[in-house]
Design a protein around this ligand. Sequence first.
Ligand code: FES
Ligand code: FES
Length: 151
Amino acid sequence: MKLKINGREHEIDADPDTPLAYVLREDLGLKGTKIGCGLEQCGACAVLVDGRVELSCTSPAASFEGREIVTVEGLADTDTGARVQRAFVAAGAAQCGYCTSGLVVAVTALLDGGGKPDRARTAAALTPHLCRCGSHPRVFAAVEMAAEGEA
Ligand code: FES
Ligand code: FES
């Protein structure tokens, strides 16, 4: 199957039913995408697909053919994604870091949606992303920094 990931086409020799997150991590070495629950419950495996946040831990990789996938690694090459990454570092918005790449993906999509999100909009965008370490207060600080262009 052919997948377009971070701007590059990849010919991938894997069972088409393999969930995308496993293909990213095992076939392509893109280990920034985490697998937490594997049940679409925690948000750790989020990637951007055609600019929108999608979970990658259960959907078959073949269902992403013909679509633009961007992982947390690829976000570094985009203005918003790089700004969000810097803001997370500046705000210290991670402890174990397991949820972090999913959150960076979600915040990038939120800011790319335009305008400065208020607290309620940010909370709604981040609700699907569980953080067992309790980093959300610093994640909110990172969102504000990135939205203000301070990072
Ligand atoms: S690993 Fe996909 S939502 Fe938890
Ligand atoms: S920083 Fe550990 S789960 Fe969020």
